[in-house]
Design a protein around this ligand. Sequence first.
Ligand code: SF4
Length: 418
Amino acid sequence: MLDQLSAAITPEVRACLEGALEGKELTKEDAERLLGATGMDFHALIASADLARKRDCGDDVSYVVCRNINFTNVCYVGCSFCGFARHKDDKDEAFDRSHEEILLKCKDAIERGATEVCIQGGIHPNKDHHTYHDILTAIKAVYPDLHIHAYSPEETDFAHKRSGMELPEYLKWLVDAGLGTMPGTAAEILDDEIRDILSPNKLKTDRWVEIIKAAHGIGLRSTSTLMYGHIEKPRHIAGHLDILREIQKETGGFTEFVPLGFIHERNLLYNLMGSRPGPTVEEDLRIIAVSRLFLRPHIKNIQVSWVKMGHKLGQMALCSGANDFGGTLMEESISRESGSEHGENTPPEEFRRLIRELGRVPVERTTLYKTVARFEDPELDPPSLEPEQKEVDISGPGRWRKKLEAVQPAVMPVGGLQ
Ligand code: SF4
């Protein structure tokens, strides 16, 4: 029976998978082929990528305790897939956080165990390069050890043009003020045919590459991302992955690759322009698997976006080639404003539970993938640092409608039956 299943894998896909597992570099054409894998080809792709993940990273699954801080949602770039941006005169919904507010969010993050804050915002027409520099200076004056992961290539493009400096000089100026790493967002699809439809006013592919290479060139590392599931074809994704792989061969500056599924509910791209309504489950898993096989050995860490996928599909992605569960986030507005319903906060204890459900070992890491703690034994887990939880409202028959703390010990030992 299993022989029949194996025999159903098409020879071309079999050759790609065997080659990738033997360490052969996949071509763009191979990636395109694998991005269309269905049936047994799909299952073989997933199994091969999971095996590659095990060889490349072992069975540890990492996560980072971090907090997102979006300092403004005012933005005039006008990306068609964005549900987050507001006009500056939109009194009810536009926000522009003061340094005091940002520092309070940093304080809360540290009290909840964060090692990183991720700071990004809209492109506010009244701001300039000093805005970005001053936020870094303000945070580092109070929290010198907090890692600041901040400012996408789009924000860098905007502020750099206003600075009058050379690009490496501008980036160095930010690093000296406390910038630790750069999010490789604003990449969407690195193909101007697609970018001109998604975001005609946004930086072009060449400029994205220029900024990322300049960052890596001064020792500033970055993530790398992809947004898929809208109007792109497999060839666009294959081309995007190829650009990232070539950059990584040259600079070694990417810490990870994070595929981001398009959230379609509340934006122009789906509702007025007729894009696809985000990726299917198969697409989500295929992208994870293909990126593992295509990017190895150059980019080792493939990250799951639980905000886009949710926890259950995120677990599946961790069995399809991914090795990192991303960040706790604590607050998240960009996906939520576009219609994501997967929440804003995954506390560390929840990451550990989800990872252990897969029979894998949870590891808290820094932004740069240094191990903070490896949690082999659940008995030794630290207590939760989350703010006090709301009382759980239990519905059902009256005799069960009591407080959870009172009921649980009488029914089952904490931790379940042994
Ligand atoms: S995606 Fe970013 S740059 Fe584009 S409109 Fe939204 S906030 Fe602005």
